[in-house]
Design a protein around this ligand. Structure first.
Ligand SMILES: [Zn+2]
Length: 143
């Protein structure tokens, strides 16, 4: 097969993928979290040989796929906001453990005492006075 031919096929595949993805939700934090948990469940299934874990993994993958291919983007986005509000940092850890670990190393998260907003500050700054970006309350913290 000539190289030009291969390239043309790749471009065609990319064009089709682009056409398919148009107006769809795509991967979000919730679908990524579901996929990652499914992978863990598959491993647990292999170790325990309990098929309930495999079934749960399949259900999560199906739900993840439903989210990625969904055309109701605004509703999916609202669900991510809701999941993030309920799970807090857990969602970030499930969705992208590597990025969450990098984030945890570089930053510390404080919670605003008056509105509960989470505020991110760089580590190693010692004692800091923080202004909440949401309610503008000022509070002291240690980074
Ligand atoms: Zn606040």
């Amino acid at each position: 097969m000539a190289k030009g031919d291969f390239q043309r096929r790749m471009e065609e595949a990319q064009r089709r993928l682009g056409a398919w993805a148009l107006g769809r939700n795509g991967a979000d934090e919730v679908s990524s979290a579901c996929t990652n948990v499914a992978v863990v469940l598959v491993v647990v299934n292999l170790i325990t040989r309990n098929s309930a874990f495999a079934i749960a993994a399949l259900a999560l993958l199906a739900y993840s796929w439903f989210r990625i291919s969904s055309k109701d983007v605004s509703r999916r986005r609202a669900e991510v906001t809701e999941a993030s509000r309920r799970l807090g940092p857990v969602l970030s850890w499930l969705a992208n453990p590597m990025a969450a670990a990098r984030e945890a190393r570089g930053y510390k998260h404080l919670t605003c005492p008056s509105c509960g907003q989470r505020v991110r500050i760089p580590r190693g700054k010692g004692k800091v006075r923080v202004t909440c970006p949401k309610c503008h309350a000022r509070f002291d913290g240690r980074a």
